[in-house]
Design a protein around this ligand. Structure first.
Ligand code: SF4
Length: 77
């Protein structure tokens, strides 16, 4: 779990990376471009999850579990 600047939550948890485009609602998915940027930054979790399609970045269908994120952690509030 990580703290976030997202206004409607205090923390995010991403135990899975990657996806597949499933509908027209995915057209402007921010996560595809974010995954490409993290891949370029050599973040292992995001390596090889996207491909180029014209000028866009899209998921390539690979989905990867983040086993470290599945280990329970306890936070003080
Ligand atoms: S993460 Fe992006 S591509 Fe995957 S279902 Fe959500 S909007 Fe669609």
């Amino acid at each position: 779990m990580a703290e976030t600047q997202i206004e409607w939550t205090d923390a995010t948890w991403n135990p899975v990376a990657g996806c597949s485009i499933i509908s027209a609602g995915c057209t402007n998915c921010y996560a595809m471009e974010m995954a490409r940027r993290l891949d370029a930054m050599r973040v292992e979790k995001y390596q090889g999850l996207t491909r180029r399609s014209g000028k866009r970045t899209i998921w390539n269908g690979v989905v990867r579990e983040d086993h470290a994120a599945l280990v329970p952690t306890f936070h003080r509030t």
